[in-house]
Design a protein around this ligand. Structure first.
Ligand SMILES: [Mg+2]
Length: 398
C-alpha cells in the first residue's frame, strides 16, 4: 500500500456564548482534520491541534511541509515516517506546531493500519481495556455566569453519572505574572482570588462528597499563589491541580508537586517526548497529560506513556477538541496499562458531538466503550462537515 495524498478539512463552530479559561478566550472552536489517502482506497483520518483559530498556519505545515515527506511511502512504516517528518522539518522547530502537525498525520496512519488489518486501533496497540471512565471537563468562565450558575452546571454532570468533574480556576487579572493580561479579551469574565475560591467550594457542594473534583489553572499562577490557593481549598478534596504554573517553570511545578498533598497534573502545553521526559525526570508532575492531537500523535504519546509507567505515574490525556481528538485519545488510553480517566468536554460543540455517523456517549455510570470497528472506527457525518467547514471544496469521502 502506498500513500497517494494528504488533504485537510478546516472546520469552525462559532459559540453562542464565548467561554474562557484562566488565560484563553474562546469565541469559537476551530478544528483541522487531516486525511491521508492510499492507492488501495483506504483513507485515514487524523486531527492536528489548531487552538486559537489559525487553521491556515497549521494546514500549511501539514500539506506543505509534511505531505511531500510521506506521499509515495508505505503507511505501515509509521515509526519510520514519524522520524522522517520530524527530522526533515527540524530546522522549523522541534516542538510546538511541528508536533501538532505530525500528530494529525500520525493518527491518520494508525487509522489506515487499523482499517487495512480490520482491527480496532486500541486492540492493534495492545488492547489493555475496552471501557474507559470519562470525566466531565467544563466549568469555564463566561459572561454573566456567576457561582450559582457554575454550581447548577456541575450538578448536572453528577446527575448524568459522571464520577469526576473538572472546573477552571485562575482567571484572576490581579495575580502576579498572570499571562492573562497579554491575551485577547483579557477583561472578559474575570474573577478575584476570593471569587475563585468560592467557585471551587460551590462546585464541591453541588456535586457532593462522592464525585471527584479536579481544577485547572491553565498556567495562570506562580508557585506561591498556587500554594496560597490550595491552602484556601484544602478542605474541598481537590482530586488534581492541573497546569498550575507556566509550562517552562519546571522547578516551580516540581516544588508544588513536592509540597502539595494534591497531585499536580500537566502539561498539555508541552509537546514531544523530550519535553515530557524533562517534566517526568524533574518530578514536575504527578499525573502526565499528553494529547494525541498535540503531543506528537499516537506514536509519540505511547512513548510518553511508557516513560510515565517507568516512573509509576498515571496518564490522563488532555482531550479538548473535536470528536476526532476524542476517539483517537480513547484508543490511545485504552491501549496503555497506566491510562486512567478520559477527559470529556461538556461545552456545546457539534464538531465533537455530531462529527461522526456513529454516536459516542457515556452510560449511566459515566463510562464509555471503545468501538469494535476497524481503525478509529468512525465515519465523518457529511451534514456536519458541510455546515461548519470554512471552505467549500473539501472532499470527505472515505
Ligand atoms: Mg488543561
Amino acid at each position: 500500500m502506498i500513500i497517494t495524498d494528504v488533504t485537510t478539512i478546516k472546520l469552525c463552530f462559532p459559540m453562542e456564548v464565548a467561554m474562557a479559561d484562566a488565560i484563553h478566550y474562546m469565541p469559537e472552536r476551530p478544528t483541522l482534520l487531516v486525511q491521508v489517502r492510499t492507492d488501495e482506497g483506504i483513507v485515514g483520518l487524523g486531527e492536528a491541534a489548531a487552538y486559537s483559530g489559525h487553521l491556515e498556519s497549521m494546514e500549511a505545515l501539514v500539506t506543505g511541509e509534511l505531505r511531500r515527506t510521506i506521499v509515495g511511502q508505505d503507511p505501515f512504516r509509521v515509526e519510520r515516517l514519524w522520524q522522517l517528518m520530524a527530522t526533515r522539518a527540524h530546522q522549523r522547530g522541534r516542538r510546538g506546531m511541528l508536533m501538532m502537525a505530525i500528530s494529525g498525520l500520525d493518527i491518520a496512519l494508525w487509522d489506515i493500519i487499523g482499517q487495512a488489518t480490520r482491527t480496532p486501533l486500541y486492540r492493534l496497540l495492545g488492547g489493555y481495556r475496552d471501557t474507559l471512565p470519562a470525566y466531565a471537563s467544563a466549568g469555564f468562565y463566561a459572561q454573566d455566569k456567576d457561582t450559582d450558575a457554575l454550581a447548577e452546571e456541575v450538578r448536572g454532570y453528577a446527575e448524568r453519572g459522571f464520577k469526576c468533574v473538572k472546573i477552571k480556576v485562575g482567571r484572576q487579572p490581579e495575580a502576579l505574572l498572570n499571562p492573562l493580561v497579554n491575551m485577547p479579551a483579557a477583561e472578559y469574565a474575570t474573577v478575584t482570588f476570593e471569587e475563585d475560591v468560592e467557585r471551587v467550594r460551590a462546585a464541591r457542594e453541588a456535586i457532593g462528597p462522592k464525585v471527584k473534583l479536579a481544577i485547572d489553572a491553565n498556567n495562570a499562577w506562580t508557585p506561591s499563589l498556587a500554594l496560597e490557593f490550595m491552602r484556601e481549598v484544602e478542605d474541598q478534596k481537590v482530586y488534581w491541580l492541573e497546569e498550575p504554573v507556566a509550562t517552562d517553570d519546571l522547578d516551580g511545578s516540581a516544588l508544588l508537586a513536592h509540597q502539595l498533598g494534591t497531585p499536580v497534573a500537566g502539561y498539555e502545553t508541552e509537546t514531544g517526548l523530550p519535553g515530557f521526559r524533562d517534566l517526568i525526570q524533574r518530578h514536575a508532575v504527578d499525573i502526565v497529560q499528553p494529547d494525541v492531537v498535540w503531543t506528537g500523535g499516537i506514536t509519540e504519546c505511547r512513548k510518553v506513556a511508557a516513560l510515565a509507567q517507568a516512573h509509576n505515574l498515571p496518564v490522563i490525556p488532555h482531550v479538548f477538541s473535536s470528536g476526532l481528538s476524542l476517539i483517537a485519545n480513547m484508543h490511545f488510553i485504552a491501549s496503555i496499562p497506566n491510562g486512567s480517566w478520559l477527559e470529556w468536554d461538556q461545552n456545546p460543540n457539534p464538531l465533537r458531538s455530531e462529527l461522526f455517523e456513529e454516536p459516542l456517549d457515556i452510560d449511566s455510570e459515566g463510562n464509555v466503550r471503545l468501538p469494535e470497528r476497524p481503525g478509529l472506527g468512525v465515519t465523518l457525518n457529511q451534514d456536519t462537515i458541510d455546515r461548519y467547514r470554512t471552505e467549500q471544496h473539501a472532499e470527505v469521502s472515505r
